[in-house]
Design a protein around this ligand. Structure first.
Ligand code: GDP
Ligand code: IMO
Ligand code: MG
Length: 435
């Protein structure tokens, strides 16, 4: 089936991340798209692609890197940890993947430094002041904070020329050492010269990939190339619209494309909202439908729900139609990709949260107040499950009738067509539905 009709498309998560975005991006790049763009987040992302018996987990690189003839762009909205990025490039090359002219990195992307990772660990650890967020520890929050504060930030383009970079880094490191010692009583300090040497070596390796990705993207679109925007994290982790403060520090919903990639909103034709057939979340924060019992354990075990980046067990629960409808409202998907339907095989009954109650009254909106969200009581619609293994199904009508009904229920609740259904992690374990 062709997805040519989608035009320039954003693929983004409608939950709290790990919905299976990597798999959908990889699928769409098979035939219909030949440019893929990461527009937000950083090495906190972990996108898995399973190719035969090989498993790839991508943190910094767009998922298109495994497809020959696909141009991969990392644009200015992304924060780049060069050690992670170059490590990923080296390891993929060792596995036979070609990475040269097919990768371009924005000179406007901000760089993550070891002091960002240290601050992330300290600010979210025992010495913190305030909430423990359970971050990935990749330095994401501190790097974006520096970006917006402006005084202490370094972008990819600032690595060149070397002398200017060294001087700027020396000033920043002096500040960071004082800051970390005074706020968190950190004893270790960073050595500006050693850090400059390390980053200048990265700078030389990165050089061939660096360009103005905004102009490049404009040119590629003008040539009629169909572009896929690969979201990281999920809409409910979005800095503005998610369950703040239990969110990430970027615009991880579809809204991040415009500012992060530098494309006008009018150039984006479609958006695929990726969902799991249930809910997962890693780290702290409200999760109204969380199952802290055998059923949650069963989903975790069957679905292999352990973080791709940190290995942490993911919290699991029933599908939440209130939270995902809210995400669909501000994210505007034109269709849905519903993954992990196979993981639900074997439940006698399945529940879908259709509204929240608080203090005996129905709550009509997804609240901004996380304390309220922590306390809401989910109201469920319970439907029959199915026992059959569905991993071999490739057509909608091959699914057991209760599985078909479950997909219809989610589609109706969100008011959107489901065009893809995941029935396993492998590339071919997908059911495609004609529009
Ligand atoms: P992403 O961050 O959104 O790309 O998702 P992750 O890669 O972090 O997590 C999704 C996990 O589910 C990965 O291990 C995938 O290989 C796996 N996966 C994706 N789709 C399906 C599916 O339909 N069924 C099953 N069982 N696994 C899937
Ligand atoms: P992908 O792209 C799931 C979560 C962290 C934590 C919160 C803040 O694989 O879907 P951060 O390190 O960003 O400051 O952590 O956000 N988080 C993710 N959860 N998938 C992700 O990415 C995530 N990226 C960040 O667990 O709760
Ligand atoms: Mg992930």
């Amino acid at each position: 089936m062709s997805f040519q009709d989608l035009g320039n498309t954003c693929v983004f998560g409608l939950q709290w991340g790990d919905e299976g975005k990597g798999k959908i991006v990889d699928l769409l790049l098979k035939e219909d798209f030949d440019v893929v763009v990461r527009y937000a987040g950083g090495a906190n992302a972990g996108h898995t692609i399973v190719v035969g018996s090989e498993k790839y987990a991508l943190h910094q690189l767009p998922s298109g890197i495994l497809r020959p003839n696909v141009t991969c762009l990392i644009t200015g909205g992304v924060v780049i940890d060069p050690a992670v990025l170059l490590g990923e490039i080296a390891s993929l090359r060792q596995r036979g993947c070609q990475i040269d002219d097919n990768l371009r990195i924005s000179d406007r992307a901000h760089l993550v430094f070891p002091y960002h990772r240290r601050e992330d660990a300290l600010a979210d650890g025992a010495a913190r002041v305030g909430e423990k967020l359970g971050t990935t520890g990749r330095g994401i929050g501190p790097c974006y904070a520096d970006k917006y504060a402006r005084h202490w930030a370094i972008r990819v383009g600032d690595l060149y020329p070397a002398q200017r970079f060294k001087e700027r880094l020396a000033t920043i490191v002096a500040h960071k050492n004082v800051y970390l010692a005074s706020v968190f009583e950190a004893r270790e300090t960073f050595d500006a010269e050693r850090l400059a040497e390390e980053y200048l070596a990265f700078a030389a390796e990165l050089r061939p990939f660096v360009c103005n990705t905004t102009t490049l993207l404009y040119r590629l679109m003008a040539q009629g190339r169909q572009v896929l925007f690969e979201g990281a994290q999920g809409s409910l982790l979005d800095i503005d619209h998610g369950t703040y403060p239990f969110v990430t520090s970027s615009s991880s919903g579809s809204g991040g494309v415009v500012s992060g990639a530098g494309v006008p909103a009018t150039k984006i034709n479609s958006a695929v909202g990726v969902l799991k057939a249930y809910t997962t979340r890693v780290g702290a924060g409200p999760l109204p439908t969380e199952l802290k019992d055998d059923r949650g354990d069963a989903i975790r075990k069957r679905g292999g729900e352990y973080g791709t980046t940190t290995g942490r067990p993911r919290r699991c629960g029933w599908f939440d139609a209130v939270a995902t409808s809210y995400a669909a409202m501000f994210g505007g998907p034109t269709c849905l990709a519903l993954l992990h339907l196979d993981t639900l095989s074997g439940f006698e009954e399945l529940s879908v949260c259709v509204s929240y109650r608080t203090g005996g009254a129905r709550l009509d909106e997804f609240p901004a107040d996380v304390h309220l969200l922590d306390e809401v009581e989910p109201v469920y619609e319970t439907v029959p499950g199915w026992t059959e293994d569905i991993r071999h199904c490739r057509r909608f009508n091959e699914l057991p009738p209760p599985a078909q009904d479950y997909v219809r229920l989610i589609s109706e609740r969100l008011g959107l067509p489901v065009r893809m259904i995941g029935v396993g992690p492998a590339r071919d374990q997908i059911i495609l539905i004609e529009d």
